[in-house]
Structures are given as structure tokens and as C-alpha cells.
Design a protein around this ligand. Structure first.
Ligand SMILES: [Zn+2]
Length: 63
């Protein structure tokens, strides 16, 4: 398959509450979560989770 310089499927965490969402990242760095305008906490700033770095992202309760 050819590599597409296109939208990438990523995981993103809300910068406010830490909730993790499935998101898409555009080549220009824009991150948009899928299915919602923003986080349920009201924020719309997200940080991409690099799934090549297996840190401690497995937690479900981000306090
Ligand atoms: Zn949030």
C-alpha cells in the first residue's frame, strides 16, 4: 500500500481533563477528535498520544 500523506488516525488526550479520544491529525498538525466538536469538559485543546511510547496511558480514570 502506498503511504498517504494525509490524515492520520491518532489518540488524543484533552489538555484540561486528560480524557482520551480517538482523533485525526492533519499533516499541518491540526488535531480533531472524532465524533465531537471538543471534549465533554468543554475544552478543545488536545495533545496527541504517541502510541509508540507505551507509557502509562492505560488508566481509565484520569483525575
Ligand atoms: Zn476535557
Amino acid at each position: 500500500m502506498a503511504y498517504k500523506d494525509d490524515v492520520t488516525r491518532v489518540l488524543a488526550t484533552c489538555e484540561e481533563c486528560g480524557s482520551v479520544y480517538a482523533a485525526r491529525q492533519w499533516p499541518d498538525g491540526t488535531v480533531r477528535i472524532i465524533g465531537q466538536e471538543g471534549c465533554s469538559c468543554g475544552a478543545n485543546a488536545f495533545e496527541v498520544v504517541d502510541d509508540s511510547t507505551e507509557d502509562s496511558v492505560a488508566g481509565s480514570g484520569a483525575e
